[in-house]
Design a protein around this ligand. Structure first.
Ligand SMILES: CC(=O)SCCNC(=O)CCNC(=O)[C@H](O)C(C)(C)COP(=O)(O)OP(=O)(O)OC[C@H]1O[C@@H](n2cnc3c(N)ncnc32)[C@H](O)[C@@H]1OP(=O)(O)O
Ligand SMILES: O=C([O-])CC(=O)C(=O)O
Length: 379
């Protein structure tokens, strides 16, 4: 095999078909099962979008009601999962907690080794229902606070915020959170989803595939970028007494220096989108609503200044992690909880892909071009 045939990072390689989502960089669009993601984010609950990804269709009212009842009945933190989390140090990364929690859930799920479509859907829906309690509990224990029990009168997003902060969030905050969940849910063969498909292709179980996907998501070139964005803002210094314009000027200068020093700036660039991430305008609008809600115009100044300087210097556009990071910060999440929030959403896409892979499986096993020493022999 010649050097030219090696595709580093599998860039440009089409590895399989998927009917779950279509990422189109030419039209800058993203479809979930045929529906533009912006339309789903405008009017659908995250629960309805999850069902769409799993089943291929938006649920009828009675189907949604049944799923909502299941989700509300399965929200409490499992005592075995809580016991495992309590064994983990408070200074470990929250992604380690998420990864461990999913692994423990797998070991305890009655249908863990059953890969029938019914069992897979049940496992996917259980993960969907139970993961928010993991994030909420982990956020609280790091602040020295006790667990907050879920409320069955709230929807997924409102209850997620309730369990995390112990108070009811304002409707506009709940809505921005819902929008982030819908936008993060699915994105074709990204690194973590592909990881889940590779693991599934060996006929391994769903929880193993999700656990591996969490490992792939953790890295800052993928999901870890949403927290890395916040580290940039923190390095810049968030000054609540600054005007939007002052903050933008300072951020521009910071970015110019960082690019001159050849730094890679997390939250910018994308393997597939080269003219902008289809999800950013919707997420940026949600961030702007949060800026207004929390009266923090200086944050938007930092956002605009960094984006403008990056655009002028390198014409590289923000990806979804760029507006999502400051949105979660304003809502009150600690920075290292941002990527676990991404897990809570992407569980839907990952598990839809696991089911799709299993339904038409082929072991994923590419070739490699050997470039080590030539054959030699033990003397
Ligand atoms: C939800 C998500 O997972 S979205 C992705 C989140 N990840 C990030 O935000 C991490 C920062 N971004 C990056 O590292 C990259 O843009 C990636 C990994 C996302 C995509 O990378 P690739 O398609 O492999 O492009 P690649 O890294 O080769 O970049 C092409 C060029 O643009 C530059 N570039 C790309 N992104 C950035 C960036 N964020 N900051 C500075 N320069 C960048 C590269 O340095 C490279 O320049 P060069 O040709 O002079 O060497
Ligand atoms: O598609 C990718 O490579 C990364 C991404 O945006 C996602 O997973 O949402």
């Amino acid at each position: 095999m010649s050097e030219e045939e090696v595709r580093k990072g599998l860039a440009g390689v089409i590895a399989d078909y998927t009917a779950i989502s279509k990422v189109n960089p030419d039209s800058n669009s993203l479809l979930y099962r045929g529906y533009p993601v912006q339309e789903l984010a405008a009017s659908k609950s995250f629960e309805a979008v999850a069902l769409l990804l799993w089943t291929g269709e938006l649920p009828r009212e009675e189907e949604l009601t049944v799923f909502e009842a299941f989700e509300r009945a399965n929200r409490s933190l499992d005592s075995r999962v809580k016991a495992a989390i309590d064994l983990l140090p408070l200074d470990c990364h929250p992604m380690d907690v998420g990864r461990t929690a999913v692994s423990v859930m797998g070991a305890n799920h009655a249908l863990a080794q059953d890969s029938s479509p019914e069992a897979e859907l049940d496992k996917a829906q259980s993960l969907f229902a139970q993961f928010p309690a993991v994030v909420a509990y982990d956020q609280r224990r790091r602040r020295g606070l006790g667990i907050v029990q879920p409320r069955t009168d709230l929807d997924y997003s409102a209850n997620f915020l309730w369990m995390t902060f112990g108070e009811e969030a304002a409707p506009e905050v709940v809505d921005a959170f819902r929008v982030s969940m819908v936008l993060y849910a699915e994105h074709s063969f990204n690194a973590s989803t592909f990881t889940a498909r590779v693991i599934t292709s060996t006929l391994s179980d769903l929880h193993s595939a999700v656990t591996g996907a969490i490992g792939a998501l953790k890295g800052p070139l993928h999901g870890g970028a949403n927290e890395a964005v916040m580290h940039t803002f923190e390095e810049l210094g968030i000054r609540s007494d600054e005007s939007r314009e002052e903050a933008a000027t300072r951020a521009k200068a910071w970015m110019e220096d960082a690019l001159a020093a050849k730094k890679k700036i997390m939250g910018f660039g994308h393997r597939v989108y080269k003219n902008g991430d289809s999800r950013v305008p919707t997420m940026k609008a949600a961030l702007e609503r949060m800026i207004t809600h929390y009266k923090r115009p200086e944050m938007m100044g930092l956002y605009d200044g960094l984006e403008e300087a990056m655009g002028e210097a390198k014409a590289i556009k923000p990806n979804l992690d760029y507006p999502a990071g400051p949105t979660y910060h304003l809502m009150g999440f600690d920075t290292d909880m941002f990527t676990p929030l991404f897990i809570a959403s992407r569980i839907t896409g990952w598990t839809a892909h696991i089911m799709e892979q299993r339904a038409a499986n082929a072991l994923i096993r590419p070739l490699s071009a050997y470039n080590g020493v030539a054959e030699r022999h033990v003397a």
